[in-house]
Design a protein around this ligand. Sequence first.
Ligand code: ADP
Length: 390
Amino acid sequence: MAMSFAALAGFVVGALAVLFYRNQIEAPNRAAAADGVETGAALPQGVASVLAVLPSSAVVLDAHDRVLRASSAARAFGLVKGDRLMAAELLALARQVRRDGEIRESEIDVAGHKFGQETTNFAVRVAPLGSYGQVLVLAEDQTERRRVEAVRRDFVANVSHELKTPVGAMSLLAETIQDAADDPEAVSRFAGRMQHEAARLNYLIQDLITLSRIQGAEPIPTPGQVSIDEAIHDAIEYCNTRASAKDIALVTGGTEGLRIWGDDELLVTALRNLIDNAVAYSPEHTRVVVSVRPAGDSVEISVSDQGIGIPEEALERIFERFFRVDAARSRATGGTGLGLAIVKHVAAAHAGEVSVWSKEGSGSTFTLRLPAFGGTAVAVPPSIPLEAAK
Ligand code: ADP
């Protein structure tokens, strides 16, 4: 992105130089006549049209630091007010460029113009424009790019950390097995634990693959109509063994026959993660209820449990990648910390959303709200095949 800005800025500076040069040949005296002094205060022909199509903020200063032209982005960002360039750092740069004629690049921070945003970070390129002391300033807002970079760095650090734990454990277990070669019982026990760690590694890798697949494929490449009943059935089947082991009843309810427009595999993945969590964070002998209801042009699927609940202060963070209320507990249940991030992305890929209600000690309800197939949530009786019901 920085490269492309530099390339674009380079191109624009070059193009404007040519335009300016031509203009000097065509009408060098026109500006002088208009202003009375040879400031070249009028913009060279064609420059305004080039600046108008630029996505970045563009400002042209005259020989006295007055703004001759500023794009609306430059004004919106607060770089320019009236005929003045507001950023002192930028003004100093423009003066240097005017003095020695050398193109300069830099990064500057400008106090926030948007509510809640502290500063805006700009990549700037400043170039002389012709021989009347005019200077061109191009500034590209790179706050968002910086934020994305920081998120990516964090993510890579988190993934490395998450991978290190099971890999470290497996390496230790392998050493222990070597030392216990003449104790078959110990070998079998440690081999079992190695398998457990390998399974954890496998879950993590699977979740990472799923996450990168949905993040990269928004919106869904080949959507179709998806039966919610079937998706719930498949998800429940997947979670059954775990639920039975804790004597947790998986119960379905609500309206049958509803459909959404989307990807059945992704919907099953999201539901599986929600039901799996409901089971993992609930005590034995409780109930997990999956229910469906039409809601205008959407369908709501909710998964409710009678589990440990989520502290209020953690509610807004649980959809972040690798966020866990209790890391030890999550790991003990085989959690990767990616389940809800996957659910959030599946909802987004369907142009829907996911919300949560929870009370510590009472339980949680996660609700997926997804656009209904055909624009309205209409139930199709199970006897009519989906294709025929279009
Ligand atoms: P994990 O693999 O750790 O379960 P998730 O992304 O699925 O990761 O969930 C993030 C965190 O949200 C969990 O570690 C847990 O603390 C909390 N959480 C998710 N679902 C529930 C639930 N149904 N009840 C209580 N806590 C939950």
